[in-house]
Ligand binder design. Structure first.
Ligand code: ATP
Ligand code: MG
Length: 256
């Protein structure tokens, strides 16, 4: 049975997609079978995995609305060696169209149940909002990975996310927990980064992943080549960090 994780933070541009794509590729390097679900109409994870988001025959949109199943909509990321349920801007329409449907928060969960046996990990890239799409992600998942930058405003908004996760846990998905906070785009030369990082460890203890993802330009360049950073430049510091994070996740699920 696959372990399913949402990569979520309603703040924009904090490294959700970079984390989802590179953790997928890192886990694939560790011989894990991975499905990446793009749950963001921006389709950044789809592109970053090397799949053209224009003119998809089937996508997360069709899966949520029930006109396609995951098995027929998924594609292979050749560069990352994982499967992708791709998305594009059409997915924005699902937000509105799902309102009419029964069981609307659990449509992704039900769709993923049919391919559960094919994977060790299913990673869901959430949009920067606490929307019906994100709610579908949270209802489908066993846990949430929260990427954050170690900056002054990092903790602002975290309480909204934590409260949403608590509500979903109480009302919709008892399996859901916060797996951990992932420090990303870390710059060890900045005193502020060091301070915020130490504060996070103090406040959240075990809930802070040991692995720290550094700011690394190779991770930012890779999407323009349609490749995860982990495959684009495997020896770069960013790639190495995501591979280490993959190993930390493999170890973590053994204790879940
Ligand atoms: P959105 O909220 O729009 O979905 P996001 O949270 O998914 O954004 P990303 O798209 O992953 O964030 O990252 C935002 C920008 O920061 C991108 O340009 C990405 O290439 C860059 N970036 C992410 N992580 C790193 C890193 N470790 N080092 C350097 N650049 C990074
Ligand atoms: Mg994103």
């Amino acid at each position: 049975m696959a372990k399913i994780f949402c990569v979520a933070n309603q703040k924009g541009g904090v490294g959700k997609t970079t984390t989802t794509v590179n953790l997928s590729a890192g886990l694939a390097k560790l011989n894990q079978r991975v499905l990446l679900v793009d749950l963001d109409p921006q389709g950044n994870a789809t592109m970053g995995a090397g799949i053209n988001k224009a003119g998809l025959a089937a996508s997360t949109y069709e899966v949520l609305l029930g006109s396609a199943d995951v098995a027929s909509a998924r594609q292979r990321s050749e560069s990352g060696r994982f499967d992708v349920l791709p998305a594009n801007r059409e997915l924005a329409g699902a937000e509105v169209e799902m309102v009419e449907l029964d069981n609307r928060e659990k449509r992704l969960k039900d769709a993923l149940a049919l391919v559960d046996q094919d994977y060790d990990f299913i990673l869901i890239d959430c949009p920067p909002a606490l929307s019906m799409l994100t709610l579908n992600g949270l209802c489908a998942a066993h846990g949430v990975i929260i990427p954050m930058q170690c900056e002054y405003y990092a903790l602002e908004g975290l309480s909204d996310l934590v409260n949403t996760i608590k509500k979903v846990h109480a009302n919709l998905n008892q399996d859901l927990k916060i797996i951990g906070l992932l420090r990303v785009m870390f710059d060890p030369r900045m005193t502020l980064s060091q301070q915020v990082s130490a504060q996070l460890e103090q406040h959240f203890g075990d809930k802070v992943f040991k692995t720290i993802i550094p700011r690394n330009v190779r991770l930012a360049e890779a999407p323009s080549y349609g490749m995860p950073g982990v495959s684009f430049d495997p020896s770069s510091k960013g790639a190495q960090a995501y591979i280490a994070f993959g190993a930390e996740m493999v170890a973590r699920i053994k204790t879940m």
